[in-house]
Ligand binder design. Structure first.
Ligand SMILES: [Ca+2]
Ligand SMILES: [Ca+2]
Ligand SMILES: [Ca+2]
Ligand SMILES: [Ca+2]
Length: 454
């Protein structure tokens, strides 16, 4: 399907690069400083994104990407990815702007379709941009780069939660499946729908059946309060035939048994990664954790069982997972707070050859960030080593930064080890300060928080 009605125009005003972020070391072609992983892990969209990550977009820059008045279209820091779509060696940006009916009033957003934007040479150059119509009202999910159809070019899988505002406004925006967008060197954009229409807070991609092509997992975050059909409540795998055509199957090999016990299974974050070095992708998942209040939900008896833990489902290369082949992570309690998972990233921080895990989370209303570093001890055991190795692992009062969705492991300071750089902070229309150059510098096994004061 070809997207209708697109036009090119100059971005006005152009995004500015903060003084603290000189572009003098922005070489052409763009040279990734991403941590490198095993071949199977390099198939994941998360890592392809990390390979095309230069630095995070600040809230000030994001606010310059808004356009229109009534309605106004505003850029959410989370709804975007950078990649060199036209092959000129510079990173372009493909992102989404949410529609606000009234401005400056908040609270009437995501009711009607937003717009995609495509910006040429986002971090340098002319920044010509193109606005692209869509029927998507809300994304708040994932933009993942992968070559799904084997043509040697990256497409972008967009996972959305289009029904996000339905309960708030009493409206009926349809659920929309995963969409794979192809962007050619002339910035022409086409897409195809794959999988099922679900409310998805994130997405993950990678070769889950080890046949050399990129598959997809789509997992709902159930917002419906007990009225949604059964097909909206559980995850799916989308298995690629190598040409970008997908066979949709139940995610669990024990689906029937699981469904008989649990009303649904919601996650906010799920990421494929091989966490036990067997060359088969595993899947880390989670939503609420920490001190979660006991909620009596007659519509959802599974709430206290499967929706309050972070776990790893161990992959067997079949393309399916089994709910009994799981390890639940044991995290140190953080001030007895109720936390929600916002991101999971991977690094071998102790350089012992196994993959360790960094979790990002938030408290919800306060928009804090709380990070957890988990050391892989082998034998599918992980130890919370946050207090030992991760300086400045939380900020609760939003003085300098708010919550974020995607920690990236790149060698920011060029000294050969992989530092933590936040990515995908909160929406640009929220009034939290997001400083321009936050990162955690790697020193030995330790991560030291830097640049809180600029
Ligand atoms: Ca595959
Ligand atoms: Ca594995
Ligand atoms: Ca390790
Ligand atoms: Ca470094």
């Amino acid at each position: 399907m070809v997207i209708s009605c697109s036009k090119s125009e100059k971005l006005s005003p152009a995004p500015v690069v903060p003084a603290t972020l000189s572009t003098t070391n922005l070489k052409v072609p763009f040279n990734s400083k991403s941590e490198k992983y095993s071949k199977i892990n390099e198939t994941t969209g998360l890592i392809v994104n990390q390979n095309n990550f230069y630095r995070y977009i600040t809230q000030a820059e994001a606010q310059l990407l808004q356009f229109g008045n009534k309605p106004m279209y505003r850029f959410s820091l989370r709804d975007a990815v950078t990649y060199d779509f036209n092959g000129d060696g510079r990173l372009d940006l493909f992102g989404f702007c949410t529609r606000f009916e009234l401005f400056p009033e908040l609270g009437d957003l995501g009711r009607a379709p937003g717009k995609f934007i495509l910006i040429n040479d986002f971090y340098s150059g002319t920044k010509e941009y193109k606005v692209i119509d869509t029927d998507l009202c809300w994304i708040g999910g994932s933009f993942l780069l992968n070559d799904f159809n084997g043509d040697g070019k990256m497409e972008v899988a967009v996972f959305n939660s289009n029904g996000h505002q339905n309960v708030i406004y009493g409206i009926n925006n349809p659920l929309i499946p995963v969409r794979i967008y192809s962007i050619d060197s002339g910035f022409n954009v086409t897409y195809k729908n794959v999988g099922n229409a679900l409310n998805m807070h994130s997405g993950t991609t990678g070769d889950i059946d080890n046949d050399g092509d990129i598959d997809i997992v789509q997992w709902p975050l159930n917002l419906g309060r007990g009225i949604e059909p059964v097909e909206f409540r559980y995850p799916y795998v989308l298995l690629n035939d190598g040409n970008g055509n997908f066979k949709v199957e139940n995610f669990l090999s024990d689906y029937t048994e699981f469904k008989s016990k649990f009303y649904d299974w919601s996650t906010s974050i799920y990421e494929l990664f091989d966490l036990n070095n067997d060359n088969k992708l595993d899947l880390i998942f989670g939503y609420n954790f920490g001190t979660v209040p006991k909620v009596v939900d007659p519509w959802n008896p599974s709430y206290d069982i499967v929706n309050k833990k972070i776990g790893i489902l161990w992959g067997d290369g079949s393309g399916k997972f089994n709910s009994s082949n799981v390890t639940f992570l044991s995290l140190n309690s953080f001030q007895n707070l109720w936390l929600s998972l916002s991101g999971a990233s991977f690094t071998d921080f102790d350089t012992d050859g196994d993959i360790d895990v960094l979790l990002a989370s938030t408290t919800g209303p306060s928009k804090a960030y709380i990070l957890f570093l988990l050391e892989n001890k082998g034998n599918k055991e992980f130890e919370d080593v946050t207090s030992k190795y991760l300086d400045g692992s939380s900020e609760l009062d939003n003085t300098y930064y708010t919550h974020f969705y995607q920690p990236m492991f790149v060698d920011k300071d060029g000294d050969g080890d992989f530092d933590i750089v936040p990515n995908f902070s909160t929406a640009a229309w929220e009034s939290y300060k997001v400083i321009s150059n936050l990162y955690w510098e790697k020193q030995g096994k330790n991560f030291i928080r830097r640049n809180l004061n600029n």
